[in-house]
Design a protein around this ligand. Sequence first.
Ligand SMILES: [Mg+2]
Length: 322
Amino acid sequence: MAGEGEFDFIRTRLAPLTRGHPAALDLTDDAAVLTPAPGCQLVIASDMLVGGVHFLDTDPPEVVAERCVRSNLSDLAAMGAEPLGYLSSIAWPRNLAQAWREGFVDGLASAQQAFALSLLGGDTTAGPGPLTISLTMLGQLPAGTALLRRGARPGDDVWVSGSIGDARLGLEIARGTMPADPFLLERYRRPSPRLALGQALRGLATACLDISDGLMADAGHIAQVSGVRLELQAARVPFSPPARAWLAGQGPDGLVSLVCGGDDYELLFCAAPAQREELAALAARLDVPLARIGAAAEGQGAVLRDAAGVVIETGAGGFTHF
Ligand SMILES: [Mg+2]
């Protein structure tokens, strides 16, 4: 690496990110040694981000780091797990400015601060390719309680947390194709993983995931793995006030772009109708809005219907990587 050797970078920049966590052994050993709580299973999620593909070249390094950590935590939230720490593997382009790397580490530090998280290990290298970042997030939960995508049954309610489509609009703002709105931009740059909600849904939700590919695509994922059909009602999909204001100026395509836009990092889950009161109490206790947006039925796939019951064509729906 230019200007600063790899070992120096690990010692001066990365080692402080362990925050003295005993599992990290100050990053001086060959591997981390982690002890989960008694009776718990480890939950492990890995995410890879490639410059120019998963983030914009104009995104500040702090923002890239925050999005990496937060989206990875969202996968733990989707499983109902509590985070234990993470590993980072980074391939820096050889010509990357030192300031970019430092900004990236600052972003990791700030995300860690928000979630009391520690770096436990990883690897850094420099290469000829684009910036490539892989984070592996480790979490735990009581054995046998993980929220899976496969348990939805016909008759279950379909719920979603927070609001949908904000990050899609925030991305347009970051690209400079829409007027600035601090709330929407922040929803794209610093999504809030629903960790407390995910943990509280253990034993309540029959199926759960976090929305990264878009509401409709991810509803399709639950439908496929559970072997049910998800019937969603457009009028019940929750939108934030700025997203609502934007929608008011759009044709029907506006709604479709919000329900197919990705990066919401809200939880989409199914639960028996008998749980409605419990879920309402949970929403109040955690101060997380929960909207009941539809129901699971016999069949397959996910559809969105308008107030008259007519299916809204959403196309293939969602972000695909290939
Ligand atoms: Mg996910």
